[in-house]
Ligand binder design. Structure first.
Ligand SMILES: *[C@@H]1O[C@H](CO)[C@@H](O)[C@H](O)[C@H]1NC(C)=O
Length: 281
């Protein structure tokens, strides 16, 4: 990142020693606040401004509550994820306000039993599960039992996203509920991207189908406007198609003016209630 600005959050200094812990996953270095190898931790009321890399990281923890965190960074600051969860379980995030240049919240591999509720995101790249399937030193990259409830996305690149790289890395994502979400001018409100390749070239598994299996993902009560024509995009793996995807009470328009579209590839699922754009499941 070109302009590394000083971090203003006071708490960051208290945790400075944690920044340089040996970290096999390579995610703890140069983040503003890292909680690592801990259990039963509460982080409340922290404000992080212009972090060099990720703002808040929860790494290899059990039982962490992150409450009332505010994150601020420019829309064009790369790798400045707001809150990144990694190899952790029983983590809850409540009442976060995140404006940043990368994912507002990212859920990396090895996470389970997460509860994320009341998050305002924008600008930013949305709330993402993944990316998974890039070699990160784990035998199997798994994410399970995640609830993301009551979220607001304003002018973000994505809303609710699951992303995996192509290639043979084994893993799965299962038991995810995305409920009660409002989108305002979001490029990709609902997206599963199993051909994730952020710079469109030079990606490790580019062109190969992903070995990450995605199943049992529910979208309930998702409304608002897409900034692009395709509001619901399920681009799943040829070798491991998505299964058990469900859409219930979804109402997304194209720029508040026109009907949006859905895109489906290698995906099986069901719909319930009113679903707009009409589903291709
Ligand atoms: C899923 O995670 C939540 C915590 O977010 C937990 O309360 C619940 O028991 C978990 N469900 C299962 C089936 O493990």
């Amino acid at each position: 990142m070109a302009m590394a600005k000083p971090v203003l959050s006071l708490l960051v200094h208290l945790h400075a020693a944690l920044l340089f812990l040996p970290d096999p996953a390579g995610v703890a270095v140069y983040n503003s606040l890292t909680i690592a190898n801990s259990k039963n931790v509460v982080v409340a009321g922290v404000r992080s401004v212009d972090s060099e890399l990720f703002h808040v990281v929860v790494l290899q923890c059990h039982g962490v509550t992150v409450r009332g965190v505010t994150v601020e960074a420019p829309a064009d600051s790369p790798n400045t994820d707001g809150i990144h969860l990694h190899m952790s379980s029983h983590v809850s995030v409540y009442d976060a306000r995140i404006s940043t240049g990368d994912d507002c919240i990212s859920v990396g591999p090895g996470n389970s039993h997460l509860w994320i509720e009341r998050v305002a995101c924008g600008p930013g790249h949305g709330i993402s599960i993944g990316s998974l399937g890039k070699q990160q030193g784990m035998e199997v990259e798994a994410v399970q039992n995640v609830t993301v409830k009551t979220t607001w996305f304003t002018g973000t690149m994505n809303g609710l996203r699951i992303k995996t790289w192509g290639g043979s890395k084994r893993g799965f994502v299962t038991g995810v509920t995305f409920a009660d979400s409002t989108m305002s001018g979001v490029d990709n409100p609902i997206i599963i991207d199993q051909n994730y390749c952020p710079d469109s070239s030079g990606c490790p598994g580019a062109g190969r189908s992903s070995s990450i299996r995605i199943s049992d993902v529910r979208y309930v009560g998702i409304r608002g406007s897409s900034a692009t024509l395709v509001a619901v995009n399920f681009d799943c793996s040829r070798s491991n198609p998505c299964s058990g995807i469900s859409l219930q009470d979804v109402a997304l328009t194209y720029q508040n003016r026109a009907a949006a579209k859905s895109y489906c590839r290698n995906v099986q699922g069901t719909t319930l209630g009113l679903v707009l754009p009409p589903s291709c499941l």
